[in-house]
Design a protein around this ligand. Sequence first.
Ligand SMILES: [Zn+2]
Length: 167
Amino acid sequence: MTRIANFCPVCGRRLISMHVSGRSRPYCASCELPVYFDPKVAVVVFIERDGRVLLIQRAVDPGKEKWALPAGFVDHDEAPEDAARRETWEETHLRVRINRLLAVYPKRDHGLADIIIAYSAEVIDGEARAGDDAADVGWFAREQLPPLVFYPSITLTGLWAKGELDL
Ligand SMILES: [Zn+2]
């Protein structure tokens, strides 16, 4: 019935559809409560050094073999900036300091997240080396960008390449 879950997370009964709070929602007739599914939140991190942007090559679909900014999901009990540091470490083995919030994007393509929070960051330690779901990692100049995937990475890198991204 939904793309997320068809059973009540509390009692396990199959959910029905009920009009609640202005729209049709998953509803548990046993608990007599609507079940609210929340958006999946991801972070994406823009890191520039010596005029080059840090990109990872994706090892898995969606976007396998294309390149994107380091990114990943925020855990349910995790602060977004902590997720940004953790995901950058997992994918690139770089320790970074978050500088500022760049943008918040809704889902606009086949990316897996519903809401994407973008930060700028700078490297404070380490050498870039691929890990987790990254097949490769590299620093790219504006005129040497590889094929990119996902709206936030394409948008931010495009702005940066035009000199229009304030990091
Ligand atoms: Zn229930």
